[in-house]
Design a protein around this ligand. Sequence first.
Ligand SMILES: Nc1ncnc2c1ncn2[C@@H]1O[C@H](COP(=O)(O)OP(=O)(O)OP(=O)(O)O)[C@@H](O)[C@H]1O
Ligand SMILES: [Mg+2]
Length: 398
Amino acid sequence: MEHRFIVVTEDESHFRDLSEALQSLGLPVWLHWNTDMLAQLVGSLGTNILFVEFAAENAQKAADLTNNLLSVFPRLWVVGFAKRADTQLIREAMRSGARDFIELQSPVEEIRQSVQGILEQSPPLPAKSTGNMVTLLGARPGVGTSLAAVNLALLLKQEYLPDEPILLLDFGYPAGDASLYLDTKVGFNLCDAVRSLRRFDHVLLSTAFSHHKSGLAILSLPHNLADLRDISPVDAMTLLSLFKSYFKVIVVDLGGFAGMDLLMYALGISDQILMVCEQTVPSVFSARQLLHNLRERGFATDRIGLVTGKYDSRIDMDPAQIALNLQMRLVENLPQRTEKMIACANIGKPLLDVAPKDPYLETLRRIAAGQCRQVGSPGPANAPPRSVFGRWLAPLLK
Ligand SMILES: Nc1ncnc2c1ncn2[C@@H]1O[C@H](COP(=O)(O)OP(=O)(O)OP(=O)(O)O)[C@@H](O)[C@H]1O
Ligand SMILES: [Mg+2]
């Protein structure tokens, strides 16, 4: 499992410096000082090491925080850090319970090595379930990414993991497609959630987040994308990481999202990535372009699986050819269901309500089953029996 580090500092540049050194070791999450919920966040996030900044002007505050956190989590491994440190500062940190101290002005490699050493001694993460993130990317607009994400999330919530919190992150553009497809008003958006980061907890989740009647939580981008400029990118990233502690599965519709930094981050922390591509030359062309752009930014595109959107066996260009052309792993073909999809969109009902046995859903069920295996769940809780035998036998077995 990936290591997770919590970094407590007021200074974004200090967080960045430390993150750079921690990059190859795990996922750093930034928390501010003034977080009333700090203890709760530390508990729910789970962390290998908590880094607390001990700057001269806040050394007392840092010592109190370390003390308090250690009284709640005695096995927590606290490491003090400062841009520059003197013996006095280090002594203060150690007295409050910190086990090590790092100076940010040291060479990155040196910091990395000392953290590596600390990791070898620190206790493993507390046993806790972490959420699984599955992200759907569209080769280009209109290929069917949003519908696939909506239906996958709904299947997971209604059939596979009904008792678990499931989140649909509707980052597709135009914003808010999920709320239309699910006929659910989404009032609280990503910017609101980022602004509430410091008081994020289960109460906020159940009160502020919109939920479909199945219980599926939905979070969209703001209608005015310019609002995204008002939130701190680091906070948005922290929030995405935080979701993995609160939800069992997070389905992300990245659709045609243009905010590359956040997109790259979401991809980075995703456990499964699927790209939807149609059997058309323009769609394959866009897919290749997108893969190229991601590779240019250092992303390992072999993590992305291919899903054929609106699959039709009569079309010459077959999915295996597309996969070969793009050098991707073919995961599934989502069948073309034009009339059904239009009918559903126009009445604001998901396909699962209208035609639960539709072959489109059967395909998504296989993806959902894969997600369940990843989170260690046995499988569908109340799915309709899949095989013909199953369908016949089910009433007899009741
Ligand atoms: N399997 C399918 N068969 C037929 N039509 C489909 C299928 N999937 C999606 N569509 C149709 O394609 C259009 C786009 O679907 P959707 O909104 O899911 O795609 P998208 O890739 O998210 O698009 P955008 O990038 O515009 O948000 C819709 O009109 C939808 O009804
Ligand atoms: Mg979309």
